[in-house]
Design a protein around this ligand. Structure first.
Ligand code: BGC
Length: 744
């Protein structure tokens, strides 16, 4: 179907740029309606088109939310989940799934951190690219969200994320850019917040200049639900579809703005054409046959959950447990697991496998004590005494701790990263009764773990694992799965150590991203701050050795090759991480930044050569003078290891830089002009001629400092007045023009 916008009236066209209902676009002029649904870690298809809060969703597989899945560091797994989600969408007649959420976790307090992957843009970008490719391969469109800089819930519909250009590009847009370029999502969802003072829904710079003109986005921009304040401004900026359904009066206002010439009709036509193109994609997608299979999807959810569990510590090799060991399962989350977050992404799972149920399998003796109430806080002496009794009677105590659903959700930020004190007290009492205690954690946002890690010898961190949490935890506890998950976020020693601590969540509707590019581990490493568990950390039931690092630089980037050997007793998967630094950089940089990763499965004693490409574009920094990415030439250090702070092998490699000459202007400093091959010698001569004959030592003596150190930072244009008119402005302009021409 090809739409000719001329076939429709202005009113009909305006109508097409807003939703018909909560989840449907309009049908008009031969363009069929498109059905969208949340998203992201499972389908939330409601029975009716009523607002999400009051509608019941059809049962769907609840895969691990992004905070959990990111810990797998496994894009292939994300791809499989994307494909499974497409099957479920197809089976329910859903054309676009509203996800993935790929904002960077700027502060551990961010209320939607559970919906986002990581504090790192390269890890986020790799996971989300595969997820989108998987989903779209099944004929269902993705909606990459929330574009952009949606990093807090506080004041989320008004606050401006105030970010310098370099930080915006390198941290907050980098993953979006990667997914747009590599996976071509059908849609992208603009966020509620403002970016540098302009609502994302009205942000021409983001929605048109960056997204379309620079990155080549060819899909549709949909607003977040209720994010559009001004329809005309939104359409002009490049927001094509206002959701959910602002109504006829709002459509009429837009039509009126077009009739009054405030918005060119061609701009409206452009938006309509994009709605039509989305409908085309949806219609084609409907031809893909759905292979809905609840059992297979549950099995995939279990595999994904198990792969996403991080073994934080394992003193004395307490884990894996022997099948014959008797267990005291303690903590209410064992029976009523916390496995997803609250808000628009909340899925109605097809089934829920509780850890308690899963651990009860076989002939094993399993006692259970809730320890605290399901709101995560309430505990009393009787509950603790019961838990202590159970722990004493068993070979091993397994403690299920974490945050309750109402302690974190979309809609509000957290104010603390503490595990509820009652739970830490419970852990102390249980360990005192039975030192063979393992803690299993469930939470969407990062927790301060030092108090717990000081007490318990072994910790498994699942973040949020989805509906198959029980079987997955059992698989890892008993060693059926050797843990290979890695932290996608730093676990800080204290909240006040974190990068955004002083500027989160901002004030008076402004959030200053004052920490710049130093987000997450970039901050902790640059400040040499201790952490409880570093970004990328995760142990295994086996051990791995690294050797023979080789680096090769090419037009594509840096190819890293390293030999990894399983040096321990069990088969296992190692996630090889490559971090890059440029010690002598002309711009400020963290000591190490993740630029690539890969994983390898190895039997005991087995070795493999692992190869990864650190993409050249990921080495680039954003140069605000040139308004573009630049790869700086130099000797890059490449550190390869098992976490951001467990570097096993490193080496340096020379990388050729991009040409990045900044044109000289009257605002260039004297030093900058003196450094130029053409203008430098001429200016130097003029400069010398202004000095008294014996000026070399004379000026320094008179001023107590070398003259150039004193005025070298002055814009060259000021030479006119500083020389008392001996150097003229036309002379300087001519000189600079000559230098600029010679550099072409
Ligand atoms: C959320 C989006 C979601 C939409 C539809 C909004 O409140 O921010 O992530 O897709 O609602 O439920």
């Amino acid at each position: 179907m090809t739409l000719t916008p001329g076939d429709l009236t202005i009113e009909e066209k305006a109508g097409l740029t807003s939703g018909a209902s909560f989840w449907l676009t309009k049908e008009a002029g031969g363009i069929p309606a498109v059905r969208v649904s949340d998203g992201p870690h499972g389908l939330r298809r409601t029975d009716t088109d009523a607002p999400s809060a009051i509608a019941v969703a059809v049962p769907a597989t609840c895969f691990p939310p992004a905070a959990g899945l990111a810990q797998s560091w496994d894009p292939e797994l994300a791809r499989q989940i994307g494909a499974a989600l497409a099957d479920e969408c197809r089976a329910e007649g859903v054309d676009v799934l509203l996800g993935p959420g790929i904002n960077i976790k700027r502060s551990p307090l961010g209320g939607r951190n559970f919906e986002y992957f990581s504090e790192d843009p390269v890890l986020t970008g790799a996971m989300a690219t595969a997820w989108v490719q998987g989903l779209q391969s099944g004929g269902v469109g993705a909606s990459l969200k929330h574009f952009a800089a949606n990093n807090a819930e506080h004041d989320r519909m008004r606050a401006s994320s105030d970010i310098d250009p370099r930080t915006l590009r390198e941290i907050y847009l980098r993953a979006f850019e990667r997914v747009v370029r590599d996976a071509r999502p059908w849609t992208i969802m603009c966020s509620y917040n403002k970016v540098n003072g302009v609502l994302a829904s009205e942000n021409h710079f983001l929605l048109t200049e960056v997204l379309r003109e620079e990155w080549g986005f060819d899909g549709l921009v949909v607003s977040d639900w209720g994010a559009v304040a001004n329809r005309a401004a939104a359409v002009e900026a490049g927001c094509d579809l206002a959701m959910p359904a602002p109504g006829e009066a709002s459509d009429a206002e837009l039509a009126q703005a077009v009739r009054a010439g405030q918005v060119p009709e061609s701009v409206l036509d452009r938006a309509v054409a994009r709605v039509a193109a989305l409908a085309d994609r949806a219609v084609a997608g409907r031809q893909v046959t759905a292979r809905q299979d609840a059992d297979a999807h549950h099995a995939l959810a279990r595999e994904a959950a198990a792969r996403s569990i991080v073994l934080l510590k394992n003193d004395g090799g307490l884990l894996p447990l022997a099948p014959s060991q008797s267990l005291a399962v303690i903590g209410v989350f064992a029976a009523e697991p916390r496995f997803q977050g609250g808000g628009s992404s909340h899925v109605n799972p097809t089934r829920v496998e509780s850890p308690l149920e899963a651990l009860k399998g076989g002939s094993r003796s399993v006692g259970y004590a809730p320890g605290f109430s399901v709101d995560g806080t309430g505990s009393d002496a009787a509950l603790v005494a019961e838990a202590v009794e159970a722990a004493r009677a068993a070979d091993v105590a397994v403690l299920f701790l974490g945050l309750a659903a109402r302690q974190e959700s979309e809609g509000f930020d957290r104010t603390t990263i503490e595990l509820p004190a009652e739970q830490v007290e419970l852990a102390r009492a249980v360990v005192a009764a039975n030192p063979r205690t393992v803690a299993v954690l469930a939470h969407g946002g990062v927790l301060r773990l030092a108090p717990l890690a000081d007490v318990v010898p072994a910790i498994l961190d699942g973040a949020l694992l989805g509906q198959a949490v029980g079987g997955a935890v059992a698989d890892v506890l008993f060693g059926a799965v050797n843990p290979s998950g890695r932290l996608a976020e730093t676990v800080p020693v204290r909240l006040s150590d974190t990068a955004a601590y002083l500027q989160f969540p901002g004030e008076h509707s402004h959030v200053l991203y004052g920490e710049g590019i130093f987000v997450g581990y970039r901050w902790h490493d640059a400040r040499s701050l201790d952490v409880t568990y570093p970004f990328g950390h995760g142990l295994s039931y086996t051990t791995f050795g690294y050797a023979d690092l080789s680096l090769a630089s090419s037009a594509e980037g840096i190819t890293v090759r390293v030999t990894v050997t399983n040096t321990g007793p069990a088969a296992g998967r190692e996630v090889v991480q490559a971090y890059v630094g440029l010690p002598d950089s002309a711009v400020s940089r963290p000591p190490r930044e993740l630029k690539g990763f890969a994983s390898v499965d190895l039997a005991p004693g087995e070795s493999a050569s692992v190869s990864l490409l650190l993409r050249r574009e990921d080495l680039a920094y954003w140069d605000r003078r040139l308004d573009r990415f630049v790869v700086e030439g130099g000797s890059y250090s490449v550190s390869v290891g098992a976490s951001s702070r467990d570097i096993r092998v490193s080496a340096a490699v020379a990388v050729e830089g991009d040409p990045a000459r900044v044109p000289l202007t009257l605002d260039s400093t004297l030093m900058e002009v003196l450094a130029d091959a053409v203008a430098g010698p001429i200016l130097g001569e003029a400069f010398a001629s202004l000095m008294p004959a014996d000026s070399d030592s004379g000026a320094a003596d008179a001023l107590g400092v070398d003259l150039l150190s004193l005025i070298g930072s002055a814009p060259v244009g000021r030479m006119v007045s500083l020389s008392g008119g001996a150097v003229t402005r036309p002379q300087l302009e001519e000189l600079l023009a000559r230098a600029n021409a010679a550099a072409q």
